[in-house]
Design a protein around this ligand. Structure first.
Ligand code: HEC
Ligand code: HEC
Ligand code: HEC
Ligand code: HEC
Length: 411
């Protein structure tokens, strides 16, 4: 295990105490301190007859009093180049990782601690090495199975043939569909457009065919790696002592246990934020749409976070409020001014001007799917989003009539 910047944010004594209490097998290779850290710079393990040496690489931004962070490429220059498997745990960012594998050719496996890019399947590096990502924040457990073949100098990408073949299938299906549409089309303008699309997909098909061929040929003697990410969700259960600590911290943050640490409450008199005015300003003129919206879980997205005591978590609030993706939208979950929940403006755009003068300032009449996937991004939502079933649920339906300007009689 590699202690990262996030761990050291709690201070060196804390990291050392936790490591000792839970006997964490920490390794840190490129940090030198006047008062030495209590962990080795490499660890070696024997697994299934293979000799594995593990390095832990800290980010240059790690600031520990009395310590310096050394260039990882220099440290790894002395890594063994024989049959030993060199496994590197890294807290670097993507650019630095790719730079490192270019310089330190001896790396066999690089494990990145990156939450943005949890690579379900490892991919091969130009130097014959392998890179995969563990994800961060303890949300997943990665299980890597490695089969080493005698004499092999590179990794075999078992998933590649399958992936390229499915791209080929897609292109073939698309071309079939376009041919059918062309056969039915009379309009020369539309025919021209379909022909352009056909050319595009023909190129894609040719590229996929070449890729399948290349991937198939690559299957020779090679080491094989399979990586499985196991979610650490509620099904795993809680470690009671850790849960108690987390709950105590959450209670402090949300103010339910410590009034002194409580964040400033939202100012109820302030409506909205910048160009976002808040759902409350739309309801009077659009009662039918409002009625339908109130039945969707978008209208209850904020209480769902509050119930979890996660409303002030910067990892969470952006998708459970309105306008946080907009540069002019709210930036602080403690000062939302009525933009809690996924309100009208989350889909239709900021509406302060429109609410003031609806005949002059217009909003997006039918929000596209590209707006939904800002939040339904297949990461936080468990990949459940499917436009065909999700879109009908948010459409306001036949019951939603024309807008009734405030004070005017409905037609
Ligand atoms: C990238 C946007 C995004 C972020 C960030 C986000 N959520 Fe959500 N959340 C969603 C979406 C979209 C759904 C609805 C998923 C569905 O039902 O298809 C959802 C649903 C939920 C639900 C309803 C129950 C469920 O699981 O379906 C809860 C509770 C929840 N999120 C809590 C959280 C917490 C806690 C965090 C922070 C760790 C968080 N969310 C961060 C987008 C997000
Ligand atoms: C999750 C996204 C979403 C949210 C939130 C949402 N809408 Fe919509 N809205 C749509 C979509 C999609 C359409 C187009 C399909 C339809 O007409 O129902 C639409 C259509 C409309 C229209 C008709 C536009 C036209 O063609 O004249 C109005 C008015 C409207 N919405 C108002 C509202 C109001 C008011 C709210 C908040 C109470 C709201 N919407 C919340 C997605 C959304
Ligand atoms: C004072 C009444 C009034 C208020 C407040 C109001 N609307 Fe409207 N809205 C209208 C009228 C009237 C139209 C039709 C405009 C037209 O056809 O020129 C309209 C049209 C729309 C449309 C269709 C696209 C367009 O702009 O023509 C959407 C979407 C919409 N409103 C959403 C909202 C949202 C979201 C809010 C709150 C931020 C809101 N409205 C507040 C009266 C209002
Ligand atoms: C600002 C973020 C955001 C946007 C934009 C957004 N959603 Fe959502 N959506 C959520 C969250 C968060 C939830 C879960 C709310 C909860 O359960 O607490 C959700 C829930 C849903 C659900 C209910 C899922 C279920 O079965 O419980 C549907 C359907 C849905 N969204 C469709 C859409 C569609 C379609 C669009 C685009 C037109 C859209 N959403 C745009 C954040 C968003």
């Amino acid at each position: 295990m590699l202690p990262g910047r996030g761990d050291f944010a709690f201070g060196r004594p804390f990291v050392e105490a936790v490591a000792q209490a839970f006997e964490l097998p920490y390794v840190l290779s490129n940090v030198e301190c006047a008062a030495p850290l209590p962990w080795p710079t490499t660890r070696t393990v024997e697994v299934g007859g293979a000799h594995v040496v593990v390095y832990g690489i800290a980010h240059p931004d790690l600031t520990l009093p009395g310590c310096t962070v050394k260039d990882p490429a220099e440290v790894l220059a002395s890594a063994p180049t024989d049959d030993t498997v060199v496994l590197v745990l890294s807290d670097l960012d993507r650019g630095r990782d790719l730079d490192l594998v270019k310089k330190a050719k001896g790396i066999d496996i690089l494990v990145r601690g990156d939450s943005i890019e949890p690579l379900g399947s490892p991919f091969a590096l130009a130097n014959g090495g392998l890179v995969l990502s563990s994800g961060s924040r303890g949300k997943q457990l990665g299980v890597l199975q490695v089969e080493l073949s005698a004499g092999a100098t590179s990794w075999r990408d078992d998933g590649a043939v399958e992936a390229r073949a499915s791209e080929l299938d897609d292109a073939v299906a698309k071309l079939g569909e376009l041919a059918t549409r062309k056969a039915r089309e009379d309009d020369p303008k539309k025919l021209e457009r379909l022909t352009l699309q056909e050319q595009f997909w023909t190129k894609k098909k040719e590229a996929a065919e070449a890729a399948v061929k290349a991937a198939t040929e690559h299957i020779g003697p090679g080491n094989v790696a399979r990586n499985e990410l196991r979610g650490l969700g509620p099904e795993v259960g809680e470690h009671a002592a850790t849960k108690a600590r987390v709950d105590a911290v959450k209670a402090t943050l949300t103010g339910s246990s410590s009034p002194a640490g409580a964040p400033a409450p939202s100012d109820a008199s302030k409506t909205g934020f910048g160009p976002f005015v808040g759902t409350g300003a739309c309801t009077g003129c659009h009662p039918a749409e409002t009625k339908q919206w109130a039945q969707t879980s978008h209208s209850r997205a904020w209480p769902a976070l509050v119930a979890d005591q996660r409303q002030y978590d910067r990892d969470c609030y952006t998708c459970h409020v309105t306008g946080a993706f907009d540069a002019l939208g709210p930036k602080d979950p403690r000062a939302l001014g009525g933009l809690e929940n996924v309100g009208c403006e989350a889909c239709h755009g900021a509406g302060r001007e429109h609410a003031r003068d609806p005949k002059v300032a217009h909003l997006v009449p039918a929000p596209p799917v590209s707006q939904c996937v800002l939040c339904h991004d297949s990461r936080q939502d468990g990949g459940r989003f499917d436009p065909a079933t999700y879109l009908p649920k948010v459409k306001h339906g036949a019951s939603a009539g024309a807008a009734t300007p405030a004070g005017a009689k409905p037609r």
